[in-house]
Design a protein around this ligand. Structure first.
Ligand code: ATP
Ligand code: ZN
Length: 224
């Protein structure tokens, strides 16, 4: 078999895209990511960059389709729980938690609601894009609920009469406030993270990963 180039998946566009590119460039990769191609060759190292939807990154790593990926822990953990429930491969190795993409997955309710704990949401309907993380939290709290799966516009669900509460990503809280909601429970604190597939790498590629990780550590330490 010919020597495979190391494959790294990052978000194509969105909240993590620029920071991923900055990090990889800071680690010494010469990248030309101006065009919209899925696959880009690194010019000075045997590395290919795949730019995809962030939701696809955990599965690509868990299936060993790519070697490394950078993704939010929220998306990673949701995919892990979903695959676990379906007894599909869900293994990966965390190489390093990164210093960007910080947010929290929180429950939010009408700002005037008297929320005293998860039990306040008993038998309500909760809108979310994260049904597995929500179910894990509510089951641990022992509170029965139903969900309303929305991939977008989660924050308008209560006003639209689709749900009583929401479980959504929050960073500043401005979106919640604009929709008459208040954050009432932080379920999960997330950052972007660098993960590796559990498929064994060639010695050359493992050395490259080790070198890359050392350089990434250096970049992050330098901006601390
Ligand atoms: P894609 O088109 O790749 O599917 P997306 O719309 O699902 O993109 P983004 O909004 O770009 O995703 O968010 C990507 C990740 O950025 C989130 O999964 C999360 O880890 C992180 N993030 C940080 N702050 C926030 C925030 N305020 N809202 C949403 N995501 C945030
Ligand atoms: Zn996404």
């Amino acid at each position: 078999m010919t020597q495979q180039r190391l494959r790294i998946a990052i978000q194509k566009s969105g909240r993590l895209a620029d920071e991923c590119q900055t990090l990889l460039k800071g680690a010494g990769l010469k990248l030309n990511l101006r065009d919209q191609r899925l696959l880009s060759h690194c010019q000075n190292l045997p590395i290919d960059i795949l730019r995809v939807r962030d939701d696809d990154i955990p599965g690509l790593v868990m299936d060993g389709v790519v070697d490394l990926g950078i993704v939010g822990e929220n998306v990673l953990e949701e995919e892990r729980l979903e695959r676990q429930a379906m007894t599909r491969p869900a293994e990966f190795t965390t190489l390093r938690r990164l210093d960007f993409g910080g947010c929290r997955l929180s429950l939010a309710v009408d700002k005037d609601m008297d929320y005293t704990g998860p039990a306040s949401l008993a038998n309500t309907r909760i809108a979310t894009s994260y049904p597995y993380l929500l179910a894990q939290f509510m089951n641990q709290a022992g509170v029965p609920f139903s969900d309303c799966m929305l991939k977008g516009s989660v924050e308008v669900a209560p006003r639209a009469g689709l749900a009583d509460a929401i479980c959504d990503l929050v960073s500043t809280g401005a979106t919640l406030e604009a929709n008459g909601l208040k954050e009432c429970e932080v379920m999960f604190r997330s950052k972007a993270t660098l993960i590796q597939s559990q498929q064994p790498l060639s010695d050359a590629n493992q050395e490259l990963v080790d070198k890359l990780l050392t350089r990434i550590n250096g970049v992050i330490q330098a901006r601390e």
